[in-house]
Design a protein around this ligand. Sequence first.
Ligand SMILES: C[S@@+](CC[C@H](N)C(=O)[O-])C[C@H]1O[C@@H](n2cnc3c(N)ncnc32)[C@H](O)[C@@H]1O
Length: 468
Amino acid sequence: MVAGASPLAPDQGFALDPPKAGGLWKPGLFPGAGGEMTLADRPRVLALAVLTEVLRRRRPFDEALEAGLDPSGLEGRDRAFVRLLAATALRRLGQLDAVIAAMLDRPGSLRPEVQDLLRLGAAQALGLGTPGHAAVDTTVTLAAASTVTAPYKPLINAVMRRLCRDGPAMLAGQDAPRLNTPDWLWQSWQAAYGPERTRAIAEAHLGEAPLDLSLKLPAEAGRWAERLDARVLPTGGSLRRAAGGTIPELPGFGEGAWWVQDAAAALPATLLGPLAGRRVFDLAAAPGGKTAQLAAAGARVVAVDRAAGRLARLHANLARLGLSAETVTADIARWVPEEPADAVLLDAPCSATGTIRRHPDIPLLKGPDDVARLVVVQTRLLAHAVTLVRPGGVLVYTVCSLQPEEGEERLAALLGSGAPVEPLPIAAHEVGGLEELVTSAGTVRTLPCHLAGQGGLDGFFIGRVRRT
Ligand SMILES: C[S@@+](CC[C@H](N)C(=O)[O-])C[C@H]1O[C@@H](n2cnc3c(N)ncnc32)[C@H](O)[C@@H]1O
């Protein structure tokens, strides 16, 4: 056993910019940097900074990554490597921590900076298949470059060596889905979906999600599938690329032929009925994946969101696609339009636990309190959304959450509240004939383990009602 390190003062950590200052990279990133850092170490430095931002400052992964990469000067493969490395450490954190802890006498006393370095080293050696000597060398080099971690070089070296030797066998004996899933999520999914499904969901979270695209002209799916080296999914026309890729470089991006949208996220907008010429409110619309679908189908869309910055992204996305929609910056709960809509789509703010494959920080940053807080918001927004539909019109409520409190239970509460709505059940033929997506209540529940053989789906709830 390697002896655990004793904690030092907490203010001697890696000097990262405060979140509001933007970039994570700066020359003084490693105070007193000596050692033998080279430009080639930059991606690992950034991955470490991103990991630290997420785990210590509770900053969302995408935001930390953007703040780190944008001013970094890194390009192409290096950028992709930073993302992959930090994402792997987050996705496999439970497993990596268990292996690291098994190699220390007093794992609890490991100081945070050393722990994060070891996590990054372990993610390379055990998650990405980096050859052992390279994982050890680069981790020790990183350690040497900070006055905070340099004194722990011998410890880091010893743990990394042992980890490279014994780690793979330890990993093989681990219960990976369980170790990487926090208790509260595991228990909530067990209660909602049962033990087998829970395990399948958590298993799906161990991998990266594929790249799905929605087409401006769905009738041209065959042609675009060929050009993009993608397959047409049975869910209703989404294309899935096997290999991902750099988005702006893919065929059709510049000409606005498609946009990135998970196949499950593309379902809600298709459940509003015929759209051509109809007045449709897209509530909580930014950055506009569903707005684009509605506009492409010929609806007269009013897209409402309270975040001006995110609405600016919606504008940019629609402009690239050559589509248009009226936009309103407002809190939906207070927004009163001049006349109601034929159809309303409410894509409510939620815990986003259905998108863990794309956002591996979610299990680490969100908790049951967030769900409880969001339930209050969703209840309020849903009640107000009903008032925005004309009698006879349709309301679709959706969340990208696996938590039934945010989905199934919100729709049931609405139906039981005396609101002027009646259920409008969704049939399997409306979701590509995929019976497994439709519940006995006529709602849609997608899970990351659905279409498992084809790369899975994000977890969405979709419910539909008619205004009476
Ligand atoms: C799940 S995202 C929407 C994704 C979007 N529908 C799409 O398909 O691209 C949730 C959105 O809700 C917005 N939002 C949250 N609370 C809101 C409120 N009270 N009023 C208006 N927008 C709100 C957020 O700004 C965020 O853009």
